[in-house]
Design a protein around this ligand. Structure first.
Ligand SMILES: NC(=O)c1ccc[n+]([C@@H]2O[C@H](COP(=O)([O-])OP(=O)(O)OC[C@H]3O[C@@H](n4cnc5c(N)ncnc54)[C@H](O)[C@@H]3O)[C@@H](O)[C@H]2O)c1
Length: 269
C-alpha cells in the first residue's frame, strides 16, 4: 500500500481534499502561507489525521525539490494533489505566471522522478482556461512541452502584463502541461489529470467574486443553480484517484456546474 498523500495549497480546496481523503495516510501538507499550514495541521491532527507540514513556494526550484524528497522519504506516494495557485486579485501577472504556470511544470517534472506504479497526480486548473482563446497553436505546444527552466525564459515573450490575462493563460497551460506529462508518468505506471473548477466558495473564490461582477453573472447563470463548493472538487479528486478512475489520464474534468457550457452557448447571445 502507498502511504503518502502530498497536498500543495492548504486553502479551500486543499484542506477539503485532506479531510476527505487523508484518513489512514501520511499527509504532507505544503503551502507558502505558514499560518495556513499551522491552522490546518492543528485542525486535522485534532481530528485524528497523520499530518506533516512544510513551507513550499512552488515558483522556487529548490523548494519544490526539497518537498518531493521529503515526500519520498515518508514512504511511497499515493497521490500528489496540487491546488496551490494565485488568482488575478492576489498578485501581479509575473507572479501569477511563475506560480500557476511555471510552478505546475516544476511540480510535474520533479514529482515524476518519485512516482511508482499506481501514483496519481491531480493538478487544479480552472474553467477560465476554457474561456481564453488568445494562444496560437505554436504557443500552446511550447507551454505543453517546455521544461520549467525553459519556461522561465519563454513565458516573458508572451507579454502577459495584466493579471486578468495571465491567469486564464496560466490555467489553460496547466491542462496542456498535464496532458504532455501524462505520457511520461504513464511510462512509470502513474496517472496524472487536471480538474478545472468553475466558481467555488473558497477564500480565493470569494475574493474574486467581490472584485469582479462577472463572477456574480456566472453564478446566477450556472445551470446547476448554485455556486460550487470546495467539497465538489474534493469529491472529484477522490474519484479520479480511486480505482474507479484508473482509466483516466492526461485529460481534464471540468467541474463548473455547467457555466462554461452556458457562456459558450446562450451566454453570449
Ligand atoms: N475558488 C475558485 O472559485 C477557483 C476557480 C477556478 C480555479 N481555482 C483554482 O483552484 C486552486 C485552489 O484554489 P482555492 O480556491 O482553494 O484557493 P485558496 O486561495 O483558498 O488556496 C490556495 C492556496 O495556495 C497557496 N499558495 C499560493 N501561492 C503559493 C506558492 N507560491 N506556493 C505554495 N502555495 C501557494 C495559498 O497560500 C493558499 O493557501 C487554485 O489553483 C485556483 O486557481 C479556484
Amino acid at each position: 500500500m502507498k502511504h503518502v498523500i502530498v497536498i500543495t495549497g492548504i486553502g479551500g480546496m486543499g484542506i477539503a481534499c485532506a479531510r476527505r481523503m487523508g484518513a489512514g495516510y501520511k499527509l504532507l501538507l505544503c503551502d507558502f502561507n505558514e499560518k495556513q499550514l499551522s491552522n490546518a495541521s492543528a485542525e486535522l491532527t485534532n481530528n485524528g489525521y497523520n499530518v506533516t507540514t512544510v513551507k513550499l513556494d512552488v515558483s522556487d526550484k529548490e523548494s519544490v525539490n526539497a518537498v518531493a524528497k521529503q515526500a519520498a522519504m515518508m514512504g511511497e506516494i499515493h497521490a500528489v494533489i496540487h491546488t496551490a495557485g494565485l488568482s488575478p486579485t492576489m498578485a501581479d501577472a509575473e507572479r501569477i505566471l511563475n506560480v500557476n504556470l511555471i510552478g505546475t511544470a516544476r511540480m510535474l517534472e520533479v514529482f515524476e522522478a518519485y512516482i511508482s506504479p499506481g501514483t496519481v497526480g491531480i493538478f487544479i486548473s480552472s474553467s477560465s482556461g476554457y474561456l481564453s482563446g488568445s494562444l496560437t497553436a505554436e504557443q500552446e505546444k511550447k507551454l505543453a512541452i517546455l521544461s520549467a527552466d525553459e519556461l522561465v525564459e519563454y513565458v516573458p515573450s508572451l507579454e502577459l502584463n495584466d493579471p486578468n490575462d495571465a491567469y486564464p493563460v496560466s490555467k489553460k497551460a496547466n491542462r496542456l502541461q498535464v496532458a504532455a506529462a501524462s505520457v511520461k508518468w504513464g511510462k512509470k505506471g502513474g496517472r496524472v489529470m487536471s480538474i478545472s473548477p468553475g466558481v467555488h466558495s473558497t477564500p480565493m473564490g470569494k475574493q474574486e467574486q467581490e472584485a469582479h461582477s462577472f463572477m456574480k453573472y456566472m453564478i446566477e447563470n450556472t445551470p446547476a443553480g448554485r455556486v460550487g463548493t470546495a467539497e465538489d472538487i474534493a469529491a472529484t479528486v477522490e474519484f479520479v484517484v480511486s480505482p474507479a478512475g484508473n482509466f483516466l489520464s492526461g485529460s481534464d474534468i471540468l467541474v463548473d456546474g455547467g457555466v462554461v457550457a452556458f457562456l459558450q452557448t446562450s451566454g453570449g447571445r
